[in-house]
Design a protein. Structure first.
Length: 170
């Protein structure tokens, strides 16, 4: 009996499930988002979020622990070099699952799982959006721009005048 056991076995044996989740986690770390079924995405979220938490502290022990789950040196390197600095201030919730509809062949419920900090479009707290502020008061800037250019021309002429005075003194 499986009373109180909420772990989704995904219809696979334990070694097959472990290998599948490891491969999916490596793909998620490498590509920053993958498309899969909703059930696999939810199982992957439970699998990969503790690894992301371990990656926030770059120690040999944490690298070896993460490697025991992923079995890929490239994925571990990517995780500790590029992903960990971006998620350093986040306290959890490193992944996002977005449902994308149904698969054509068998009508399986599909989803996209992605790393939250690597999606610039869907991320509501992006700093780049704050930099693109625009205002409609453009007339005042044009009036200020003309005197600035005139001052630059005067400054350019002053060194020529000083050079001419030095020649006359010689």
């Amino acid at each position: 009996m499986r009373h109180g056991k909420k772990f989704n076995h995904l219809g696979r044996t334990a070694p097959h499930r472990k290998a599948m989740l490891s491969n999916m986690a490596c793909s998620l770390i490498e590509h920053k988002r993958i498309n899969t079924t909703v059930a696999k995405a939810k199982a992957l979220r439970v699998y990969v979020e503790p690894l992301l938490t371990k990656a926030k502290e770059d120690t040999t022990h944490n690298r070896r622990t993460v490697f025991s789950y992923l079995q890929s040196k490239e994925a571990v390197t990517e995780l500790f070099r590029t992903i960990a600095p971006k998620i350093a201030e986040r306290n959890g919730g490193y992944t996002r699952i977005i449902k994308t509809g149904f698969r054509l062949g068998d009508s399986a419920d599909m989803a996209m799982i992605e790393l939250v900090d690597f999606n610039d479009i869907y991320n509501p707290n992006a700093e780049e959006k704050k930099a693109t502020r625009r205002s409609r008061r453009g007339g005042a800037k044009k009036a200020e721009a003309a005197p600035v250019e005139a001052k630059e021309e005067v400054k350019a002429e002053e060194p020529k005048a000083e050079a001419a005075e030095e020649k006359t003194e010689e």
